[in-house]
Design a protein around this ligand. Sequence first.
Ligand SMILES: Cc1cc2nc3c(=O)[nH]c(=O)nc-3n(C[C@H](O)[C@H](O)[C@H](O)COP(=O)(O)O)c2cc1C
Length: 416
Amino acid sequence: MKRVDDFRLRLGSHELVPIMVGGMGVDISTSSLAIEAARLGGIGHISDAMIHTVTDRRFHTHYIKDRLKQYKGNVGNPDKSAAQFDLGLLAEATRLHIGQTMEAKRGPGLIFVNCMEKLTMNNPRETLRVRLRAAMDAGIDGITLAAGLHLGSFALIQDHPRFHDVKLGIIVSSLRALQLFLKKNARSGRMPDYIVVEGPLAGGHLGFGADWAKYDLATILAEIRHWRDIEKLDIPLIPAGGIFTGSDAAAFLEQGAAAVQVATRFTVTRECGLPDEVKQAYFQATPEQIEVNNVSPTGYPMRMIRNCPAVGNGVRPNCEAFGYLLDASGHCQYVEAYYRELAGLAEGQKPKVRDKTCLCTHMRNFDCWTCGHYTFRLKETSRQDADGNYRLLSVEHVFRDYQYSTDGRIELPDLE
Ligand SMILES: Cc1cc2nc3c(=O)[nH]c(=O)nc-3n(C[C@H](O)[C@H](O)[C@H](O)COP(=O)(O)O)c2cc1C
């Protein structure tokens, strides 16, 4: 049986180990994680989700404090339309995070940024334009368009000098979404360089409805591949979602996938941005604790560990500091749910909001434990110490395990 290392991903002039570590916002897939994946010859992703929070943490900037100061008078007002993003500061923060990451990159691999359309930021079109262009200015190797159909995204950057040199990809969960994307972006005179086909077992937001369990990655991939071949489109396909071992990955590569996108296995690496106690919660998770729910205010179903602090919490919306999910009219489903609950309470009582969560606040605090379906198998990938904690792994260890393992085996860390 072949192993992942028997294959290579060709993207333009690059020949890569066909392992792409998927973007995990907000700074779960850190710069260090992406830099390691690139050093090892694969592709690593950072994310531009809540970029100001990320740069404040990484570089001690004070974007969030300043934004809150600017819009302080609006805290407590259910109408959040006034809390606009300064596009100049958005570009600055994006260039800082991405520029510093690219400067630190070593080795033969590439670093891409995951760019979610659902981060509508109170001005969807202009903020997306700035995010994409600033990433290109900062020298990013590639942009993966995520969480949305991105029907107008190429048009936002087609006059950028790097439009034909930066690698551009899209995440889709159906042939229909891919066809729409290609049709709407056809006028830009450029095809995507790769297509990530994400199945229903992935982490983060899902491109499926409540019936996600009826779908399976291999079937969607085969359907897209069949159509791509009929259309004679030479675009690499990269399956994602539930590819847990090197053998799972090699099986997809043997069936014609160009690479695989993986994420869950990397959530328990030292380089991953989650706090250590959250990494332990991922190790300890049982199958029953992992659910797909509708608490995300984006309207997309999201997979998470059900006992995380974000579920059922009634924190006051803080769009004046964050506000990444405000739509074009300044609405967020969580803001609406919060004020609905508040209306029924006596003065001073704190609401509990069960149907939605304040994704900005909870992702910022690492309280929303989004995860892949197979998170409950992470305990198979490490050793448990006498205190009950599992040993954290290195990106190199997990990457090499995907690259070289066969027969469904998972390499455990060395005994100390
Ligand atoms: C903790 C976590 C956070 C994620 N966040 C994002 C995200 O911000 N944007 C995105 O497009 N995909 C996100 N994903 C999806 C991954 O990039 C990837 O496509 C998918 O999880 C791969 O499946 P696997 O986790 O089973 O390997 C996330 C996945 C995980 C596990």
